[in-house]
Design a protein around this ligand. Structure first.
Ligand code: AMP
Length: 215
């Protein structure tokens, strides 16, 4: 299946995408992860996007469109993929549509993860990520067994600089202004499936399975 996981930052779509990707072997393509890795390695791309990311701003459309197109040319995506954090603007969605239709690889569904703003702020400010494998934890809802260490690989856990409360609130405003128009964009195409994302990780996972007909 060719899928998009759409929703506000911190709504839990990355966690779900990782779970589905490891169960079904569809690559999980997170533009945020790709960009963070570029920043960490201080590549030319990383140096160009660092200040946008730290301020909670979107990076320019053309940069991220090129990254995704290149990734979707890789053969491991031919059997299916999960896009997480892309598209985030109507321009990105239109570029993706044009690319996929030129390759005759249409989208199967766009899952829209919904939760209240306060729930999202709580989730994001308590989120911790593994520096080595990218696994995601939450200090209250999903704490690691050993504080500061990843259960899966033993790597160090850290708080993303853009998960501080002030930046989180700014990211949510950017999301409202730039990304919410995609809800009607995909609704009009008959692709949108709504997911109530407020429950537990396992509860949301079952819900998504049911929606995709995989239960
Ligand atoms: P995320 O991990 O998806 O919350 O993304 C972290 C940051 O990466 C965002 O706040 C943006 O600065 C940047 N970013 C990720 N995906 C995109 C995108 N599709 N368009 C523009 N900027 C993006």
């Amino acid at each position: 299946m060719n899928l998009i996981f759409l929703g506000a930052p911190g709504v839990g779509k990355g966690t779900q995408a990782k779970m589905f990707s490891s169960q079904l072997y569809w690559p999980h393509i997170s533009t945020g992860d790709i960009l963070r890795e570029a920043v960490r390695q201080a590549t030319p791309l990383g140096l160009e996007v660092k200040h946008y990311m730290e301020g909670g701003e979107l990076i320019p459309d053309q940069l991220v469109i090129n990254i995704v197109k290149e990734r979707l040319e890789a053969s491991d995506t031919f059997k299916g993929f999960i896009l997480d954090g892309f598209p985030r603007t109507v321009e990105q969605a239109e570029a993706l549509e044009e690319f996929l239709s030129s390759k005759k690889r249409p989208l199967d569904a766009v899952l829209y993860f919904e939760a209240s703003t306060e729930e999202i702020v709580t989730r994001l400010t308590g989120r911790r990520s593994c520096r080595s494998c990218g696994a995601i934890y939450h200090v209250v809802y999903q704490p690691p067994l050993n504080q500061d260490r990843c259960d899966k690989c033993g790597g160090w856990l850290y708080q993303r600089s853009d998960d501080q409360e002030e930046t989180v609130r700014h990211r949510l405003k950017v999301y409202e202004a730039q990304t919410t128009p995609l809800i009607s964009f995909y609704e009009e195409k008959g692709l949108l499936r709504k997911v109530q994302a407020a429950g537990s990780v396992e509860g949301v996972h079952s819900l998504v399975k049911k929606i995709l007909g995989l239960a």
